[in-house]
Design a protein around this ligand. Structure first.
Ligand SMILES: [Zn+2]
Length: 292
């Protein structure tokens, strides 16, 4: 069956309105919100697609590709059409497909993005067993990139709307942005963090990879993958582009040289030993702690 050439934009426009309705927003940007907000506010989780032979269906009506195991996907939970009481339901999208619907230059959408981690899996209504088996949770690098992308977008939104910028506690901000650098001085008493979480931020999830005090070219996760400029803010696909670049480099870093073709080998030679070390470290998934 073929559709007239103007059918696709209408289909997407309709889907955007359904999404706004699901979130309790007015049908168009600027409209007043719905009379009754959803009982459970839907959230947008960035998570790993589960193992299954055929993958999961992408909910975007114009997409006919499945989301394959090992790919990152966006899970909207609760799902559309189940009633907001149905806690564990979810709609799945390719992240790039979801960017066709959601406007992440608006806080109504941006604020709902969450990487699925040891700290957020309960919000998604998942059972502990499946998370502890290693499903759903994203690698450390993805967690850090998604959160930093969200902060960066939030700053551009505040600037556009003339709102005062919230500033983080300088100790915490230093830990988040400088850990791993040889110049970074670890905190003696990190306030409000468990020992486990402090170690995660200081080592496992540190954005810098360094060869020591003489290293003049320390590797930095955000500098490489996150576009912090206004161009990044204006690009509706900045989230998926960033994560795809990360994903491609991780795949390259973990491949043996003789497995890849000539183009792959050339690309891999561009990754320094330090970059490969960083990508391997940031591919680890910090697990929920017992009792959490
Ligand atoms: Zn799709």
């Amino acid at each position: 069956m073929s559709f007239p050439s103007n059918a696709t934009p209408d289909l997407l426009e309709m889907e955007r309105k359904l999404l706004r309705q699901h979130l309790g927003l007015g049908l168009n940007h600027g409209d007043p919100p719905a009379d009754s907000p959803p009982q459970i506010q839907p959230l947008f989780f960035i998570e790993m697609a589960l193992h299954s032979s055929r993958g999961a269906k992408c909910k975007l009506p114009t997409c006919d590709k499945n989301i394959m195991p090992g790919e990152l996907r966006l899970a909207m939970n609760p799902a559309m059409g189940y009633g907001s009481w149905y806690r564990s339901s979810a709609n799945f999208y390719h992240i790039r497909c979801f960017e066709e619907l959601a406007d992440f230059t608006q806080a109504d959408f941006l604020d709902r993005i969450q990487p699925l981690t040891r700290q957020t899996w309960k919000l998604r209504g998942l059972k502990a067993g499946s998370v502890l088996d290693g499903n759903y949770l994203v690698p450390g690098g993805v967690e850090r990139l998604v959160l930093e992308w969200k902060v960066t977008h939030g700053k551009w939104i505040d600037e556009r709307d003339g709102k005062e910028q919230k500033s983080l506690d300088p100790d915490f901000s230093g830990l988040l942005r400088m850990a791993g650098s040889s110049e970074y001085k670890p905190l003696l008493e990190p306030a409000g963090l468990s020992d486990y979480e402090y170690y995660n931020l200081l080592v496992t999830l540190a954005p810098y990879e360094s060869d020591g005090p003489d290293d003049t070219e320390e590797w930095n996760l955000f500098d490489i993958y996150l576009d912090r400029t206004i161009k990044g803010f204006d690009n509706p696909h900045s989230l998926s582009t960033m994560l795809q670049r990360w994903h491609d480099d991780v795949a390259l870093a973990s491949k043996e040289m003789d497995e890849t073709d000539e183009r792959g080998r050339a690309a891999k030679r561009r990754l320094s030993a330090k970059a490969i070390r960083a990508l391997e470290r940031l591919s680890a998934i910090p697990m929920p702690q017992p009792g959490y």
